[in-house]
Ligand binder design. Structure first.
Ligand SMILES: NC(=O)c1ccc[n+]([C@@H]2O[C@H](COP(=O)([O-])OP(=O)(O)OC[C@H]3O[C@@H](n4cnc5c(N)ncnc54)[C@H](O)[C@@H]3O)[C@@H](O)[C@H]2O)c1
Length: 265
């Protein structure tokens, strides 16, 4: 069974649809329980939706219990729930910064601990963390979001080593801009934005053949590696050319509804 956090909409719902299409059962957990149930209802018998708050360990544990009671042992946990605030770093309310870390980073930590405990006793399992290309590059206007996603990457590297030999795999998925509510009004810069199904396919492929670094689209991995090799001045020049500046390029009016509903101000 595959459990997906943040499964009511966007990338999480698309991952649910793709893994069911490939023959797995899926439990979709979301703060929006009705949304998770509605997303699961579209997928038939092998999907179910549950309420879940990844900022609360007891809620996370109950979600995994309910998912296992329904579909059997947890084979894969996809830590996908996430939120993003966009704007100048010095205009971000502190509560918003703390909340992004609580959901985007600590939500993943909680999930990894709870899933690893269940998977280790069976000697198998896979935790897939949906981070972001912002784990490796840092668009202006997304400072705290980037910091939380960089942290997910570092945490995943360390935990992967701690789990080596246990039978539990770890992957980090790093998509560029995807057309979901979270990305409303943001710019894809010179790149093309993705659809949730593009990320879902990459996640399902990584579940079938585990890889650690999963860039979506794949060539972004080469760009990131090239960037890391450059001296600072050249790196900044290339990043300014290729990476969108979300302070300048975002349509903030288009983000108001999303941020009011899912991030808070
Ligand atoms: N959209 C993009 O451009 C993009 C790019 C790279 C990575 N990502 C990452 O992909 C993941 C999914 O994002 P999305 O674009 O589908 O966003 P989305 O806003 O469409 O969906 C996110 C879901 O997470 C849920 N959620 C939020 N807080 C939660 C909590 N505390 N507990 C449980 N569920 C919670 C929301 O209710 C929502 O249903 C996030 O981790 C995001 O950072 C998104």
């Amino acid at each position: 069974m595959v459990a997906v956090t943040g499964g009511a909409r966007g990338i999480g719902a698309a991952i649910g649809a793709e893994v069911v299409r490939r023959g797995a059962s899926v439990a979709l957990g979301d703060l929006d329980a009705a949304g998770a149930e509605a997303a699961a209802a579209k997928l038939g018998e092998r999907a179910a939706g549950f309420g879940l708050d990844v900022t609360d360990s007891a809620s996370f544990s109950s979600f995994l219990d309910a998912a296992e009671a329904r579909f059997g042992p947890l084979d894969v946990l996809v830590n996908n729930a996430g939120i993003m605030w966009v704007g100048r770093f010095d205009e971000e309310p502190e509560a918003v910064a703390l909340k992004q870390f609580d959901v985007n980073l600590h939500g993943v930590l909680r999930g990894m601990k709870l899933a690893a405990a269940r998977m280790r006793v069976r000697g198998r399992g896979h935790v897939v963390n949906v981070a972001s290309s912002a784990s490796k590059i840092a668009p202006p206007g997304e400072a705290t979001y980037c910091a939380s996603k960089h942290a997910v990457y570092g945490y995943s590297v360390a935990v992967r080593e701690e789990l080596r030999g246990s039978g539990v795999d770890v992957s980090v998925v790093m998509p560029v801009v995807v057309e979901t509510e979270l990305a409303a009004g943001t710019s894809a810069g010179r790149g093309r934005s993705l659809q949730p199904a593009d990320v879902a396919k990459a996640v399902a492929d990584a579940i079938e053949r585990p890889r650690f670094d999963v860039f979506v689209p794949r060539p972004v991995g080469a760009f990131v590696r090239a960037l890391a090799l450059l001296p600072d001045r050249a790196r900044v020049r290339l990043a300014r050319f290729a990476v969108p500046n979300q302070v300048q390029d975002t349509d903030f009016a288009a983000r108001r509804g999303y941020e009011a509903e899912r991030v808070g101000r």
